[in-house]
Design a binder for this molecule. Structure first.
Ligand SMILES: [Fe+2]
Ligand SMILES: [Fe+2]
Length: 309
């Protein structure tokens, strides 16, 4: 194991920029990159969908913005939109290899291209499992796997589709490798799951209005010390709120509800009128578990900075 440092390390995780797409909002990306530069992170991860359609002009726009990021350790991989129209060739020309490994400052980051040209779903592929295992055999305090597609379904994204077709095998592989964090994007909905010893964290879209429900554009900020890992969602020009935090030794964790996630208490979709007892109530069927799930779900809400720009 490398010598443990108690210095706080910071990773900014951006995803789904979608330059060139009709729903791309350039000012939002400029704002997010200004904020990231202000943060001065140790690593910046960009987990795909840099472009709207994989066209050269989309890529050139993405490159212009990404070049403004002041961070030596930049890990960029493509998403399914970048692999459209043979766009993966432009990716290679402008950003280099589509798979990346970075071992730095006690962190091992293994990022893979999970795209298949012109398909929305993704794949890691059995042919790469041995290679991934080898990369994670490097001594590290924090092991991070990055891919564009989600490995675990994300709540509030509608009908499940376009995830990784070998997700079960990949999840087993990553847990065997002792991976601490999986970072992905694709669904444009930020979320965090714990799965065995591993935390699976999805970033939202940083700079588009291609949003689902009440979700807001956001990117993630991960901070890491030997005692605590925290993951926050930051709305460009708006608030920063905690999503999840965990103790890297005990794996004890705490989850939070953020504004960017679009979570809201279950709505009143049924109205019950009981004229016998002269009572009426809404939200039938909610709270049948004994505990109060509405309050439970809202546990740990942190107000943080709720300002919006
Ligand atoms: Fe996307
Ligand atoms: Fe995507």
């Amino acid at each position: 194991m490398p010598a443990t440092t108690h210095r706080r390390r910071v990773i900014a995780h951006l995803s789904d920029l979608h330059c060139g797409h009709p729903h791309f909002v350039e000012e939002m990306l400029v704002q997010a990159i200004d904020e990231v530069n202000e943060l001065d992170p140790d690593v910046v991860v960009i987990s795909g969908d840099l472009t709207g359609f994989g066209f050269l002009q989309d890529y050139e726009q993405a490159k212009e913005h990404i070049d403004r990021i002041k961070c030596e350790n930049l890990v960029v991989i493509p998403g399914n939109h970048d692999a459209r129209n043979v766009g993966y060739l432009h990716f290679e020309d402008l950003f280099g290899p589509r798979n990346r490994v970075l071992h730095t400052d006690g962190m091992s980051i293994v990022a893979v291209d999970s795209t298949e040209p012109d398909l929305n779903e993704g794949k890691v592929g059995r042919g790469r499992y041995g290679w991934i295992r080898k990369q994670f055999s490097h001594p590290a305090e924090l092991r991070i796997f990055v891919l564009h597609h989600h490995l675990v379904p994300i709540p509030r994204t509608g009908r499940e589709r376009s995830m990784v077709t070998d997700s079960g095998d990949v999840l087993e592989l990553l847990t065997e490798c002792g991976v601490d964090l999986v970072l992905s994007g694709h669904k444009h909905v930020p979320y965090a799951w714990q799965l065995e010893e591993m935390f699976v964290v999805n970033a939202g879209t940083v700079s588009t209005t291609r949003l689902r429900g009440r979700v807001r554009p956001s990117y993630n900020v991960i901070e890491f010390t030997p005692d605590l890992v925290t993951i926050d969602q930051k709305i460009p020009g708006g608030g920063r709120e905690r999503v999840i935090s965990f103790d890297p030794s005990s794996r004890e964790y705490r989850k939070y509800v953020s504004a960017a996630s679009g979570w809201a208490p279950p709505g009143d979709d049924v109205k019950v009128v009981d004229t016998d007892t002269a009572q009426s109530s809404n939200a039938a069927g909610v709270g049948t578990g004994g505990a109060n799930p509405v309050e439970d779900a809202a546990r740990g809400v942190e107000t943080g900075d709720s300002s919006e720009g």
